[in-house]
Write a protein that binds this ligand. Sequence first.
Ligand SMILES: CC(C)(COP(=O)(O)OP(=O)(O)OC[C@H]1O[C@@H](n2cnc3c(N)ncnc32)[C@H](O)[C@@H]1OP(=O)(O)O)[C@@H](O)C(=O)NCCC(=O)NCCS
Length: 413
Amino acid sequence: MIDNRTGVEHTLPIVDGAIRATDLGKLGLLSYDPAYLNTGSCRSAITEIDGDAGILRYRGYPIEQVAESATFLETAYLLFEGELPTAAQLKAWEDDVRIHTYVHQNVKKFLEGFRYDAHPMGMLLGAMGALSTFYPDAKEIGDRDGRYLQRVRLIAKIPTIAAFIFRHSRGLPYVLPRNDLSYVGNFVNMTFEIGGSLQPNPVLQQALEVLLILHADHEQNCSTSAVRSVGSSHVDPFSAVSAGIAALYGPLHGGANEAVLKMLDEVGSIENVPAFIESVKAGRGRLMGFGHRVYKSYDPRAKLIKRVADEVFEQTGLNPKLKIALELERIALEDEYFVSRKLYPNVDFYSGLIYQAMGYPTNYFTVLFALGRLPGWIAQWEEMLNDPEQKISRPRQIYVGSPLREFVPMSAR
Ligand SMILES: CC(C)(COP(=O)(O)OP(=O)(O)OC[C@H]1O[C@@H](n2cnc3c(N)ncnc32)[C@H](O)[C@@H]1OP(=O)(O)O)[C@@H](O)C(=O)NCCC(=O)NCCS
């Protein structure tokens, strides 16, 4: 590298296609990268994405194969442990989760304090932060067994809390966990059961299982980076995960599936699609559920979700909004604006339509995303803690404010 200010030539080691920003520091240079467009913040062995090729792998296994053959808890095990479990290991993990599904009665009281119309993500965020006060031992983040216990608690309790939130919004009594059901079966029962009348639909439950698997991890996205960054202060995992939930809440991240449904409502009918596309191209709003920071081809999860959508709509009947979505996709994939910017449907484009067909209200979609993403957040948090290169996360800045000036007393202003 030649420093054009001085003409001095420097050699910077390149390892794994990267230079170290701290090596630039030795030359008196700061690397400037707002929004981390080209900055690797860690070395990670959990999830591999090739955005140009549309590849997503968990611990080396293609997402298509994991979604086809694994359960959500099996996927979580894979993300945590790095290997697929044996039958005995999976059973032990499922049993551990099963015996931790209940939450302290005061969590119920805490949730009851929210207004009837509180946004489910605000409730989830608050409840997750509050959980840290129920488990003071979670502060012992250096203890491997302790971390395992918190991992189990997090995975076991989030469906219970999420279901209580669902019931709260509807004014329905909370349904307690049933440990004879599968992870997803129990969650569906806690959300929809009324008077013993719920007839579980295996196709819809399998669809939910696949959706959770597709969301389980996605390397250094906004919410995962938030969990890592907040966790780097060595706070307990419940607090770190609540930071991830806060990040996921935003419409540019997990809130996008909710935004897609709002957009489809706004478009209203197929005839309005061309005018809507023109308004997006003119810079008046975005085509929600399109585009991705990393994928510059079809998001592999979106491909799988489209297949799940077909299976679900066969059971529930066709949603008229699906027709609008298909037409938006058809036009956008042919349009120069979207093609030249490599904007393709992402995971959120169809997931909202499926959640709606399953009976979940729009403002609840991101909670389902959080349920799916939790294993990824925890796996990444633990990887960060075990990485000797990591320290407290603390970016630098380029100061562009006023230079030194004298304070002006109030009487002189
Ligand atoms: C996901 C997203 C935040 C990635 O953003 P990013 O990597 O920062 O990309 P940029 O905002 O720099 O976009 C690059 C270009 O594509 C355009 N673009 C990106 N996403 C777009 C969309 N959904 N609709 C219309 N135009 C879009 C931008 O306007 C920009 O155009 P320009 O170069 O003419 O200014 C962005 O694509 C987006 O807002 N998508 C909609 C929300 C969404 O679905 N989020 C879920 C992600 S899983």
